[in-house]
Design a protein around this ligand. Structure first.
Ligand code: ATP
Length: 624
């Protein structure tokens, strides 16, 4: 099934496939021509040699008759079979000519095989490239919820190691397969022409070889599955350990990490060893079967030469043919076990590609990508929104409601602060607004349009998000600011940098906006990184702004700069602000207290303090 799927993907390359077919046919024709030419040379030399032992001047028939009359029937059979002309000797002109043709055939054959291997290699590499691209595209279209239950290690293994494995297993197979199949078919035609008895001897070994191959492959398969699962676990472990290196060191947990690592590598080694031992043990078995087949061919062939049915050259050619026959058969059978490893990887990749996707990122031109009156920040309505994350517990999946029939109105251009205890569902609300998840019931409307009916890219295209997770990538400051907005000009970038106070520290850097910052903003301070992500949000001229704990622990001067930058952004947008530190949201137009997935109170800071409810308790606990 998986193999058929892979072959279907290769059929994109029709021209290359046709070239491989032509080259493989030519290669096989040349391969078979070799032993036939060699048989001709041996027959010339053999007939020439025995012709000197016969009386000169006789024809072959006369010499044979004379030998029979002398009672030397066996020798007569050999002379007749060889077609020796008495006294003729070896015709070296013919021998040299045949040798020259033979060498030419071998040289052209080698060139054709090289060309075929190169074409197949290019073809499989291109197919793997396409597969990688398809996976990457697919991953970006998969719902965020999928990644909640899968580890990064699992994704990394599929995108890199599994594809490499498919490539390294199938590439040699596809190089050998066309030539092998054509060789087997051609030999099944040529061999019976020389001797059907010897052909039967060779054919008798096929079922034995196939049964041995299938048995070994079946046994190897579950161990390859274990091997790839262990590889995935190992990648996840490395990913986790390196990401948490500081915490590991501080808690002195290196020993524990090391012993867990050793356990996983031991699992991996065990599974690989067993899988490879099955895959490796098939070859000696096949070699024994083949050796027995050669021996039988040689004995039966010798008897046929003695009976004059075959010439020495023909037997020699047949022995070569039987070797040519068993070689690809053995190669393919030996590959059957290794193939299991490739099929396991292919199955894992296919399972990923079969995961359902969200709507396509490309926006249909007929679908409007904007909401309501475009020149104003939109109003946002959460209407009886209900939502639960899928959680897996001991293999079972269950839905636990996090947001329950939540209703909230955010007027155009307003700033709404969402506050509440930890785990209340504040971040979840912003995730729903950005359509990272969809509600199980109810609706979120932007300017009256339900966002569920709009393409996700349209929803996200109007929004910007600034969180504590200040993701920066290795590149220039300008590139980091323009991230997600490829059309942004240098003037746009600099304007955003000015408004977000990034310019102040960029001006102190020798390379200014072209300063390369390392992965995750290495070489910048926390506050500077935060300011860059605010500039990034500004470049897109968003209409909706989501701030999730955007101001974290920085010095009070930097915090002031961040506050000012965010205020500039908030003036142009409808903003949803998730905050723990209530000092940062005192001026919000509406403060909504969310508890257990519902809004329990809402109003301005002053109103809520006056009602003496939950907010007032939270506020007082922070400031009094
Ligand atoms: N991806 C997820 N998969 C499963 N459950 C999740 C996921 N994200 C959050 N949750 C759960 O949903 C609930 C609400 O989480 P959410 O992050 O919205 O809370 P919060 O109010 O923002 O909390 P905090 O103030 O601590 O950030 C929590 O119980 C959390 O464990």
């Amino acid at each position: 099934m998986n193999l058929k799927w892979l072959l279907n993907r290769l059929t994109h390359e029709r021209r290359k496939l046709a070239t491989v077919g032509v080259l493989a046919s030519a290669g096989v024709a040349l391969l078979i021509a070799g032993p036939l030419l060699l048989a001709g040379i041996i027959n010339q030399v053999f007939a020439g040699s025995i012709s000197t032992t016969l009386p000169d001047g006789l024809t072959n028939a006369q010499a044979v008759a004379q030998l029979r009359a002398e009672g030397r029937d066996s020798y007569a059979d050999v002379v007749q079979g060889a077609g020796a002309v008495p006294g003729a000797g070896i015709d070296f002109d013919v021998v040299w000519q045949l040798l020259a043709v033979l060498v030419t055939v071998y040289v052209i054959g080698a060139a054709v095989n090289w060309l075929q291997a190169r074409t197949v290699n290019n073809m499989t590499q291109q197919a793997m490239n396409r597969l990688r691209t398809d996976i990457e595209t697919h991953i970006h279209r998969m719902p965020v919820a999928f990644f909640d239950t899968s580890t990064r290690g699992s994704m990394l293994t599929k995108v890199s190691s599994d594809i490499d494995n498919v490539s390294s297993v199938f590439s040699p197979l596809f190089i050998k397969l066309p030539g092998a199949v054509l060789t087997l078919v051609a030999l099944l035609v040529v061999m019976p022409v020389i001797s059907w008895q010897l052909t039967l001897v060779v054919l008798a070994s096929i079922p034995v070889i196939l049964v041995a191959g299938v048995l070994m492959a079946q046994r190897a398969r579950p161990h390859f599955e274990d091997q790839w699962q262990a590889t995935e676990n190992l990648t996840s472990r490395v990913d986790e350990s390196y990401a948490q290196l500081h915490t590991l060191r501080v808690y002195g947990a290196e020993e524990r990490a090391r012993s867990e690592f050793e356990e996983i590598t031991a699992d991996l080694a065990r599974a690989s060893r067993t899988a490879q031992s099955y895959a490796g043990s098939i070859l000696p078995v096949l070699q024994s079967i083949t050796a027995f087949s050669y021996l039988t061919v040689a004995i039966v062939g010798a008897l046929q030469v003695l009976s004059g049915t075959l010439t020495v050259g023909q037997v020699q050619a047949f022995v070569s043919f039987s070797r040519m026959f068993s070689q690809p058969l053995n190669d393919l059978t030996a590959m059957m076990s290794q193939l299991q490893s490739g099929l396991v990887s292919l199955g894992r990749i296919r399972a990923l590609l079969n995961e359902p996707t969200e709507d396509a990122p490309a926006v249909d031109e007929t679908v409007s990508t904007t909401f309501g009156r475009h020149s104003f920040p939109p109003e946002i309505d959460f209407e009886k929104v209900r939502f639960g994350y899928r959680r897996s517990s001991q293999g079972d999946e269950e839905m636990v409601d996090v947001i329950q029939d939540l209703t909230l109105h955010v007027p155009s251009g307003a700033t709404v602060a969402i506050v509440g205890p930890t785990g209340a569902g504040k971040t979840t609300l912003t995730n729903l607004l950005l359509r990272l998840y969809d509600p199980s019931s109810g609706s979120i409307k932007v300017d009256g349009d339900p966002i569920e009916s709009k393409p996700r890219v349209a929803v996200r295209g109007q929004a910007a998000i600034v969180t504590q997770d200040r993701w920066l990538f290795t590149g220039t400051i300008a590139d980091n600011i323009a991230f997600g907005h490829p059309g942004a000009t240098r003037a746009d970038i600099e304007a955003a940098a000015r408004d977000s106070h990034v310019q102040q520290f960029v001006d102190t850097l020798p390379d200014g906006y072209d300063t390369i910052i390392g992965h995750d903003g290495a070489s910048l301070s926390e506050g500077q990184m935060q300011l860059i992500t605010i500039a990034r949000a500004m470049v897109g001229h968003p209409r909706i702004l989501v701030l999730d704990e955007a101001t974290s622990a920085v010095d009070s001067r930097t915090e002031l700069l961040i506050q000012r930058a965010l205020e500039t952004l908030q003036q142009r947008t409808t903003s949803i602000v998730v905050a723990h530190r209530l000092s940062t949201i005192r001026d919000a137009d509406i403060i909504a207290v969310v508890e257990d997935g519902v809004v329990t109170e809402q109003g301005t800071h002053a109103e809520l303090l006056e009602t003496q409810g939950r907010y007032s308790i939270m506020y007082k606990s922070q400031f009094e």
